[in-house]
Design a protein around this ligand. Structure first.
Ligand code: NAD
Ligand code: MG
Length: 330
């Protein structure tokens, strides 16, 4: 089924008229969203802990700043833009007590709602507006008169206006200039986790390391292996990003293309695809979510140990040295 996509004319800015928007957090997404909404003429207050280092930056941008409690209590719309692992506690302590009937709780990622870390009362709207880009791009494209694509999902529609409110919020971000795709909290959360685990972060990192290790173990120079397996990846990904996979194949040599066509499926073998399905199932059944929530409660013991072990891979020190010689990378 093709996705429904909304543009500028589909949104009704009136849906947020007279409503105060509390943007909780002023990090990657928070700084971008608060400023875009404010520049779009909406009524914004930024919610931050007392003494938070980001208070100064929000004030310097001309934004109203209050504590998380005050901002949330004074607002009709509350957007959660603090780290996902902090949201359940901050919601319980500082947002839930001031929630009023008809308020809308907004999220930029579905984890806490979909995996039941936050259970809002029945008499509020629960909406997701998730930009498909980091905060710097959300701000930069807006300032240039464009926007980044966003996902929109409605988990709970108490007021009957949740969809209109979500679309008006997305318009305030500039997202309806680029396209707003309708989804669900389940689909956004599960595909986001799967993408970062199997392809973008987990898959790509291990593919690079496996290629590098294979060459180095066979006696080739590590510097050559670094350029071949890590540095050049960006050039190929850029070709795919702009021209698709066939377009990339049309732009590399025929030798490279023949090697790709005949050998690629041996790297991503049927066993790897079966493992991907097993990982997806761990996401769908909540096994991964439970593990990550418990890991945070354990003060991230495994997470920190794994980070240390991974940082010790020879590719890391070598890469730092080589990149420092390539001044043009800055
Ligand atoms: P971030 O890590 O940049 O947010 C940090 C902000 O939260 C800071 O202002 C910090 O002071 C504040 N903060 C941290 N802990 C807090 C606490 N306990 N109480 C109050 N304030 C606290 O977060 P982010 O990357 O902008 O992510 C926010 C949300 O947006 C998440 O749900 C994330 O999944 C989603 N999202 C992020 C991106 C991205 O590009 N980073 C893209 C799409 C969606
Ligand atoms: Mg993601």
């Amino acid at each position: 089924m093709a996705a429904k996509i909304y543009y500028e004319d589909d949104a009704n800015p009136e849906a947020l008229r007279g409503q105060k928007i509390a943007v909780i957090g002023y990090g990657s997404q928070g700084h971008a969203q608060a400023q875009n909404l404010n520049d779009s003429g909406l009524d914004v207050v930024v919610g931050l802990r007392e003494g938070d280092p980001d208070v100064g930056a929000a004030r310097d941008a001309g934004l109203e700043v209050a504590t998380v409690e005050e901002a949330a209590r004074s607002a009709d719309i509350i957007m959660m833009l603090i780290p996902d692992d902090q949201q359940a506690k901050v919601y319980r302590d500082s947002i839930r007590p001031g929630l009023k009937s008809g308020n809308a709780l907004f999220f930029a990622h579905g984890f806490n709602i979909h995996f039941d870390q936050i259970t809002p009362p029945d008499d509020v709207d629960v909406i997701m507006v998730a930009p498909k880009a980091p905060g710097v791009m959300v701000r930069k494209t807006y300032v240039e008169g464009n926007g980044v694509p966003c996902l929109l999902a409605i988990e709970q529609d108490y007021t009957g206006k949740a969809h209109e409110r979500g679309l008006a919020y997305a318009r305030g971000l500039g997202a309806t200039r680029a396209g707003v795709l309708e989804t669900t909290f389940a689909e956004e959360t599960e595909t986001d986790l799967f993408g970062e685990q199997a392809v973008l972060c987990g898959g790509a990192s291990e593919l690079i390391k496996a290629g590098f290790d294979t060459l180095v173990e066979a006696g080739y120079q590590p510097e050559i292996a670094y350029f071949e397996c890590l540095h050049e990846l960006k050039l190929i990904v850029d070709l795919i990003h702009y021209h698709g996979i066939s377009g990339m194949r049309a732009r590399v040599s025929d030798t490279a293309e023949y090697g790709d066509l005949t050998r690629g499926k041996r790297v991503i073998s049927p066993a790897v695809r079966a493992e991907m399905r097993a990982m997806l199932e761990e996401i769908q059944t909540g096994k991964f979510a439970t593990e990550w929530v418990l890991e945070n409660q354990a003060n991230r013991a495994s997470f920190k140990a794994l980070e240390r072990l991974e940082a010790a891979h020879p590719l890391e020190e070598l890469g730092e040295r080589l990149r420092s010689m390539m001044k043009w990378l800055d």
